[in-house]
Design a protein around this ligand. Structure first.
Ligand SMILES: [Zn+2]
Length: 313
């Protein structure tokens, strides 16, 4: 067997692992549950055990591993120190050092999961070959990854790319998960679009099919908008407006070649892209008005591809 590397995406519920060859072709993938009990102290040992098991099954020796890339749901400094990972129960420690302590000497690289997913889309996804790109992940919250000149921009303490917490409104009364008011993710996430829709519904007597759905989701809002529902379209418009404006701000700072839109909400497809683009063009500086918006293509595998890319690129 030739050389292999591992891309590991540590999530709050599952850890995804992928084994890649030197060209970055995925050879094997699996997932294990994330054991968060006892401050998440079993997470790294579990990953080490699983990698050892995969090596045994595939008859590969430890010396054939070129490295292990880890995507972590929190701020990660360039040396692999996590500053605090509330999702996993982790405090402050160096993940790379811990990994080597348990697994043995191996090249380990760590990155924030949203940044790593962006790297994955640049490595083998819809932004393949694009060295200047920004990924916006629309899920329960809004995540982001900024890659300039082929390098992830992490900033002084790993907080670069926290697009979801860009301040967008002074009038917001609700509080964001981060403690501030008026963050992008309060409008442009799956939960945000539902909240915005409810607000519009409460402000008018206009008929809408959404009124008939109990506990409607972001998907319902998009489905209804596609079928021409006026209220749903107002909500999608609001989301498009906030995202278009946020992207225009980002373009003024880093001028990417492309914005990649991923996450659960991106399943709304081109309909969503068109809506963001419409507002982006209104807000963008003239020199970056034609920046492309595309859908992510790796789905849940973006993290393992990106983690492998930490080793391979
Ligand atoms: Zn926030």
């Amino acid at each position: 067997m030739s050389k292999v590397c591992f891309g590991v995406d540590i999530g709050g519920t599952t850890v995804k692992l992928g084994m890649f060859d030197e060209e970055g072709t995925l050879k094997y993938k699996c997932e294990i549950p994330t054991r968060k009990e006892e401050d998440g102290k079993m997470i790294i040992p579990d990953i080490c055990d699983k990698i050892t098991e995969i090596l045994t099954i595939n008859e590969i020796s430890k010396s054939d591993i070129t490295g292990v890339g880890l995507g972590i749901p929190g701020a990660v400094a360039d040396d692999g120190t996590v500053l605090k990972c509330v999702n996993l129960g982790w405090g402050i420690f160096n993940v790379g050092e811990k990994f080597k302590e348990i697994f043995g000497e191996v090249n380990v690289k760590c990155g924030n999961d949203a940044n790593v997913a962006a790297l994955g889309e640049m490595f083998k996804g819809s932004a393949e070959g694009e060295k200047n790109m920004v990924m916006i992940t629309l899920g329960t919250g809004v995540g982001g990854g900024v890659i300039i000149g082929g390098k992830i921009i992490t900033g002084v303490n790993g907080a670069a790319g926290e697009i979801g917490h860009m301040p967008m409104s002074d009038d917001e009364e609700g509080t964001c998960g981060c403690g501030k008011k008026g963050c992008l993710e309060q409008y442009a996430s799956a939960t945000g679009v539902v909240k915005v829709t409810k607000k519009i519904l409460n402000s008018t007597d206009k008929a809408s099919k959404i009124r008939e759905i109990e506990n409607f989701t972001a998907k319902d809002v998009f489905d209804m908008a596609k079928s021409g529902d006026e209220i749903a379209n107002l909500a999608v418009d609001e989301l498009g407006k906030y995202l278009g404006k946020a992207a225009a701000h980002i373009s003024c700072v880093v001028n990417p070649g492309v914005f990649v839109i991923g996450g659960g909400v991106s399943k709304a497809g081109q309909f969503l892209i068109d809506r963001i683009e419409k507002y982006y063009k209104e807000y963008a500086f003239f020199a970056s008005r034609d920046t492309k918006f595309i859908l992510a293509s790796l789905g849940n595998d973006a993290g393992i591809y990106g983690a492998a890319a930490l080793i391979l690129s």
